[in-house]
Design a protein around this ligand. Sequence first.
Ligand code: DP6
Length: 335
Amino acid sequence: MKSSAIAHSNIALVKYWGRSPDHSPDLNIPSNDSVSMTKIGLARDMHLQSHTTIEFSDAYEEDHAVLQGENLTGRNLERILSVVDPLRKSADIDLRFKLASKNDFPTQAGLASSASGFAALAIATAAALRIDVSKERLSTFARLGSGSATRSIHGGCVYWNKGYSHETSFAEKICGRDRFDMNALISIIHGGKKEVASDIGHESASTSPFNEVRIEKSQEQAKGIKKAILDDDFSTVGRIAEENCKYMHAVMMTSSPPLFYWHPDTLGLIKAIQRFRKQGLECYFTIDAGPNVHLLCRPENSDELQKKLEEMKCVSRIILARPADDSHVTEEHLF
Ligand code: DP6
């Protein structure tokens, strides 16, 4: 009973930030709908994806998980179990597992490594246990490991319905990768780990006086951006994504304790993107829970914008990403 999966990361265009107070925090049910683009990195060494192999066998005496060559214990192992246990229960199988997983990009740097990681885990586990469920249902299991992983099950552009229970908080595809073509130039200004895990931020979001407004606006923005994606209206998608990113960071900065994920160079990049736009190269920014900036543009402007970013001293690396296909099972096993 061994299976492997490859899952892609995603960039949120309308962000998930904060869990609904009406449910157990373990369920990661969000306070608002969110929308993302599942992305594949075009760099030779970085596709922004996670590769996971899991095997259930009576040869194993305990559950054992290795990420990037390191044994997982404590909270990290618990998060794995939060996805595997419900699947193992629904398959009615009582076997221990061995798991290996690797990312081809820095973990916990605000590049959504947990999104691809937990999506790969849910896909590989369901396949190993021979559980045949829809992708929407699979996304609910990925959610138990990490909220953003809910969306990484699908390729292209994805909508996560906040829902009102475990079963109804799932992600669905808005459109496949060719219907709405957008590039992301991910500008790495600081490859290190983010200072505060998103987990902590989800808890403190409600302490910001602006959070209620953000939730209300995000609901409208999620519906608006979905329509703009289906209309192939890049300008509206970019404008909404920027607005929503600013709302999330305003909440982060005004929570207690306050969370400042930005680096001074993050603001430098925001200013540069505004400048490029004034010069006639249409592009927008979005930033997750970290210092790095995603520049969003149409593919035809990508080369020119990349050159401009390369001229900026603060940018240590640029990864070009485009919409990915669905995350999937692979026959390539890690052990
Ligand atoms: C800012 O709880 O999914 O990226 O598990 O720490 O990766 P990690 O994050 P998660 O929160 C993601 C927050 C966000 C916005 C988003 O992806 O919607």
